[in-house]
Design a protein around this ligand. Structure first.
Ligand code: PLP
Length: 424
């Protein structure tokens, strides 16, 4: 048995599934996890000394590549000054100013410790601000694991959400309405029935938790229009897209401005950070100024802020990085599609900028239903082959590939060669 297998045997006896987050268990591809010891640039190294070209990037944060020197230096310096004070610090002001400067729709921001917490708080704020209870979410979009967002994939006709997890009382999801991604009609139906009760529509501006599904032209604009018509708030969950598609996120990329935005992943540079922000008028309802309670012992933690600020500052100072990354990614995903086409497979490669997904289906993927037509067993075979040949992919058909600035053309071409081998 190798080190990873030995560790996994121990892990399952002391942690549910041997992991601290379910997808890491590799259950959906029928294998067991590699235990990672270190990472640098675009590569991961496991406990057995194997090297992998990494296409997860810690699920997004590592847009500069792993163990970026400047980020590590700033974190090390911050550590020496103390890990946490539970008090106001200059570095929090710096982070807030930076976020407000980078994202035009944000006039005030609150830092939290995860994407889940950011979304949960933004929903509470939207409800507090509008005095309404109902929210609309899209089937196949993921917004963290807070109770009201763990609803079963539903059809548009359902007037209240059904819990998708044990331990979530029906009362927690009854005000969560489901709509279909890229389908404005399913949204309009809800608004026609109970528009005056809808506090907010929450959406991933690029859906990146059912593979990668781009918004159709007019979809995000349509959401904005209908929200305005009914006095509801539009929330963009930019936990993945924020600072990834461009420095101003999906809202800059598509030119549609939400009322509230949530962040996670990249904003923390690899540390546990989330944030939510928006118009001053709405944000001033958050405690201690307003009546929407929200707090956090470690929120705005100085070490986490140091990592995030350093990464964001590098990205801000190098706008050409996004041009390069997105161009390299376009080329990479196009080459992938060509490789599969040449081999006679009409599998779908969806991508937006550096986010991409290979779906094992011949159907165009535009929403959850079409994503579900993928052959997940075919994906598992492909994923395991790639892993065995040193390409570390997210072990699920319904997760994205994340490219980083450390993915050189050479490394991407090496990966493409392994894909070519696979189809042969
Ligand atoms: C990852 C993710 C979350 C949850 O963030 P955590 O930090 O894992 O709690 C929320 N929304 C989206 C779009 C995500 O991708």
């Amino acid at each position: 048995m190798n080190q990873s297998e030995t560790l996994f045997q121990e892990a399952v006896t002391v942690m549910p599934g041997g992991v601290n987050s379910p997808v890491r268990a590799f259950g959906s591809v029928g294998t067991t996890p590699r235990f990672i010891k270190s990472a640098k640039g675009a590569c991961l190294y496991d406990e057995d000394g194997n090297q992998y070209m990494d296409y997860i990037g810690s699920w997004g944060p590592m847009i500069l590549g792993h163990a970026n020197e400047a980020v590590i230096d700033s974190v090390t310096e911050a550590c020496r000054r103390g890990l946490s004070f539970g008090a106001a610090t200059a570095i929090e002001v710096e982070m807030a100013k930076l976020v407000c400067q980078l994202i035009p729709s944000i006039e005030m921001v609150r830092m939290v410790n995860s994407g889940t917490e950011a979304v949960m708080s933004a929903i509470r704020l939207a409800r507090g601000y509008t005095g309404r209870n109902k929210i609309i979410k899209f089937t196949g979009c993921y917004h963290g694991h807070s109770d009201s967002l763990l609803v079963k994939a539903g059809s548009g006709v359902m007037t209240s959400g059904v819990p998708d997890s044990l331990g979530v009382p029906a009362g927690c999801t009854q005000d969560t309405l489901s709509a279909d991604y890229n389908n404005l009609d399913t949204v309009t139906e809800h608004f026609k029935r109970c528009g005056e009760e809808i506090a907010a529509v929450i959406v991933e501006p690029v859906a990146a938790n059912m593979g990668v599904v781009p918004p159709k032209p007019g979809f995000l604009e349509g959401l904005k229009d209908i929200c305005r018509e009914y006095g509801s708030l539009l929330i963009f969950d930019e936990v993945i897209t924020g600072f990834r598609l461009g420095i101003d996120g999906a809202q800059g990329y598509f030119g549609v401005t939400p009322d509230l935005t949530t962040f996670g992943k990249i904003i923390g540079g690899g540390m546990p950070v989330g944030a939510y922000g928006g118009k001053r008028e709405i944000m001033e309802l958050v405690s201690p100024v307003g009546g929407v309670y929200q707090a956090g012992t470690l929120s705005g933690n100085p070490v986490a802020m140091a990592a995030g600020i350093t990464q964001l500052t590098i990205l801000k100072e190098h706008p050409e990085y996004y041009t390069e990354l997105n161009q390299r990614a376009d080329q990479f995903y196009r080459s992938m599609q060509e490789i599969f086409e040449k081999a006679g497979h009409s599998w779908q490669v969806n991508h937006v900028g550096s986010l991409g997904c290979l779906y094992f289906t011949e159907q165009e993927v535009t929403d959850y239903e079409s994503a579900k037509t993928s052959d997940t067993e075919a994906f598992a075979r492909y994923c395991n082959y790639m892993m065995e040949h040193g390409v570390y992919l997210a072990p699920s058909q319904f997760e994205a590939m994340f490219l980083s600035l450390a993915h050189t053309e050479e490394l991407l071409n090496d990966t493409l060669k392994i894909m070519e081998q696979y189809v042969r």
